[in-house]
Design a protein around this ligand. Structure first.
Ligand code: ZN
Length: 149
């Protein structure tokens, strides 16, 4: 998707958001041979570097949150690894909004919350993210670029 929307990626970056490595083909680390997996991570990084050359943060968020210990060990040498603490559930076709919101409202300061930007998730995302931001904004929270330091 990023490859088809490079102008959007640049706009996202200029707006102050962070673009991070998530593998190029959205590979599941548990189901991918190491060589193919690392080649894909490298391809994604080269793509990001071409779009956002000034980005110095090397952050990796494994697709599906799945990474083997070996993959983790090797990637940790070059990347800070981000594993989500909260999954919004926006990808679920028959999502229970009260349950999803109940879980999201348990988010703690500093947690990473996973939402998706795909068309199939949009209806759920729009409701969940709007309520999530309103809930925490009303409680004085702010939302910042991920800082892994
Ligand atoms: Zn993903």
């Amino acid at each position: 998707m990023a490859e088809k929307n490079t102008a959007l990626l640049q706009r996202i970056t200029v707006s102050g958001h962070l673009i991070v490595n998530h593998t190029f083909q959205h590979l599941n680390g548990w189901k991918s041979p190491a060589q193919i997996y690392f080649k894909d991570v490298l391809k994604c990084q080269q793509f990001i570097d071409a779009i956002v050359p000034e980005s110095s943060i090397k952050l990796f968020r494994p697709s599906f949150g799945k990474l083997t210990k070996t993959q983790m060990g090797i990637l940790k040498k070059e990347y800070k690894i981000n594993l989500c603490e909260k999954i919004s559930g926006d990808y679920q076709p028959n999502l229970s909004f009260p349950r999803a919101l109940y879980l999201l409202y348990e988010t703690q300061a500093g947690d990473t919350v996973l939402f998706h930007d795909s068309i199939k998730c949009y209806q759920n995302l729009e409701i969940l993210l709007t309520k999530f931001l309103a809930f925490f904004s009303a409680r004085g929270y702010t939302f910042e670029i991920l800082n892994m330091d």
